[in-house]
Design a protein around this ligand. Sequence first.
Ligand code: SAH
Ligand code: SF4
Ligand code: F3S
Length: 443
Amino acid sequence: MSKTFHVTTFGCQMNEHDSERMKGMLESLGYTETAEQQDAGLILFNTCSIREKADSRFISYLQLAASYKRRDPEIVIGVGGCWAQSVKEDVFRRFPFVDVAFGPGQVHKLAEFLTSESLTAQGFFEFEGFTGHLPEKRARSFQSWVQISVGCNMKCSYCIVPSTRGRQVDRPLDELVAEVRAQVAEGVREVTLLGQNVNAYGREMRAGAGRGSFAQLLHELDAIDGLDRIRYTSPHPQDMKEDVVLAHAELDSVCPHMHLPLQSGSSRILKAMRRTYNRERFLDRVALIREHNPDIALTTDVIVGFPGETEEDFAETLEVCEAVGFDGAFTFIYSPRRETEAAELVADFVGHEVSVERMDRLVEVIQRRAGEQARRFVGRTLDVLVEGSSRTDAARLRGRIGHGKVVNFSGLAEPGEIVPVAITSATSQTLAGEMSLLARALT
Ligand code: SAH
Ligand code: SF4
Ligand code: F3S
């Protein structure tokens, strides 16, 4: 097999980050990355299983890789991530051309497989807690992800993640601070803390060295010189306490953005989802957050068509979205997942057409309110972390404000610079602006 690899990543930022580790580990073993899948000797997939669509997209990619392998039997095909974990050894029965499969916590086992003499298919699906002390290959040198915990202890009735990523295990606080400090020394300016339920961080940890709360983690990271921005995803409304809310107000580097997943605005549906908060509690959290951070951007996740969702339930979701006025939202049609509690409520499934129609109405509210919210930025000059050139116009630049919004703007700057941009217009999705040369001269 040629020592070249290609990784296709599906799913969330956790997976993006695991892929960085896969790449870093492979490069340390002497492999080089190819731009195209068909040029690689080792074809890897980092999979997601959150909704049915994620599964079917991946399987069509996998079939394509199988066709390359029919032409060149030396090619090795590996499947990692949440889908692999959820089907386990079954992957080899369904797709006999797969050589190695591993769950999200088992990235390091890929190295074991590649350096072993074994020619037989191998699967690695143990939960071992955090195993990722691997080199990582960051897509941008100035932005990093740091996984603060693995797994999830919640039991949301629709969700496959607890079964693909196991129980929550938190990494020691001092280890996280040291990791971020080392990244900052390498040029990182913005870090995104990752976990399924980040603000439950520390709760399950035993007393002793390394223990801490999420708010404490934010404080210690804020104290690192040279770290400009701290982001995190996702917190849980149940665990959104005043200490984290205040950290946004008090700490300069904690970005004025919070992604707080609502899922539904109906207390009855939230209960069936086992979300452990109701509509009032969610609205109360939003009020607390805005009391201390009037300008913060709030984004969310919403599921429509959860089993048993009536028109009245859905109307409550619309009401909450109207009332909060999110700066943006990811919206999903409920998808039954294997071995989850909600998938058994077959008699209550909401028809696809009804779900699609509700989704249209939801998207209208979300976009209208996000557009209204975005107008508050017009006329202001805001710091933008430059990410590269604009996707629609190569002559312009693209970056993000602290609130998380993408800005396309004219100006001259290098990726990784933070520059002042005067915001001139806004849509529900993006902002446009001009780099403020005068302001820049003064900074
Ligand atoms: N741990 C994160 C979410 C991870 S999954 C959290 O709790 O916020 C990201 C989003 O996918 C969820 O917030 C939810 O809105 C959506 N999702 C998860 N399972 C789903 C399913 N079975 N059908 C539709 N959407 C789902
Ligand atoms: Fe899934 Fe709920 Fe855990 Fe998020 S908190 S990963 S939605 S079980
Ligand atoms: Fe992420 Fe998908 Fe797994 S959303 S946690 S990669 S199921």
